[in-house]
Design a protein around this ligand. Structure first.
Ligand code: 5RP
Length: 234
């Protein structure tokens, strides 16, 4: 089974979790897009759902598939958010932002009663920052200073560049992304998240701690593993 097939399985499992009448937040990325496709099959026309998207790309896909997406409203809270991840640690701490949507994803996750993450098996890691860099969204003006500070602190930061133009990738918020490569991974994700977020010019990090409630993992044997936080695990 290819990794993409595992993503399809995980995405479908996450979509299977959605009930009619729910307020839904949608993440970004290829696995989430498989979940969106499954949702469009399960709820044709989407009129039983109230959906907010974490990116222009997700909004476009959902709309093309007939799922109406609305803007964020003042009183918004969500029953459920479906998203992917770049790394999932045993504590269910996540690295996210491979698709550059980390700010909106974390913003919506914090407003969601349940965050369901769908991944293929390659995303399970023993420690964050070992298989994927840690992305941070930054204000472009602050880039030079932050590159210097983060290099001094041993994070080997790299400005995320567009493969075609070579210029900086801009997020949907008009900001840039620095990818951090901590030498031996991240021992304390919550602490690193706090340390990075207080640096002037940092908007948000791709470290998600204590936010994920349920992980669906597509496995090479064609099954889906469900992982819950250890205190609620069956
Ligand atoms: C986007 C994300 C994605 O969820 C993450 O990069 C995983 O993507 P994919 O499902 O394509 O592997 O955080 O900002």
């Amino acid at each position: 089974m290819e990794v993409d097939d595992e993503k399809v399985l995980a995405g479908r499992a996450a979509a299977g979790h959605v009930r009619a009448g729910q307020r839904l937040a949608l993440g970004t990325g290829s696995t989430t897009s498989f979940a969106i496709r499954a949702l469009a099959e399960k709820f044709p026309g989407g009129d039983q759902l109230s959906i907010v998207a974490s990116s222009v790309a997700t909004e476009r896909l959902a709309t093309e598939l007939g799922l109406p997406v609305r803007p964020l409203e003042p009183g918004d809270h969500f029953d459920l958010m479906i998203d992917g991840a770049d790394e999932v640690a045993p504590t269910l701490a996540l690295t996210k932002g491979g698709g550059g949507a980390l700010f909106r994803e974390k913003f919506l996750a914090r407003l969601s009663q349940e965050l369901v993450i769908a991944v293929d098996h390659t995303k399970l890691v023993s420690k964050l920052g070992t298989h994927h860099p840690i992305p941070i969204e930054i204000v472009p003006f602050a880039r030079a200073k932050l590159l210097h500070q983060l290099t001094e602190r041993g994070f080997s930061p790299r400005l995320r560049a567009d493969r075609t133009s070579g210029g900086p990738v801009l997020t949907d918020n008009g900001n840039e992304i620095l990818d951090l490569y901590p030498e031996n991974g991240v021992d304390d994700p919550a602490r690193l998240d706090r340390e990075l977020r207080v640096m002037p010019g940092v908007i948000e990090t791709g470290i998600f701690v204590g936010l994920a409630h349920r992980i669906y993992v597509g496995l090479p044997d064609g099954t889906v593993q469900e992982i819950l936080p250890s205190n609620t695990s069956a």
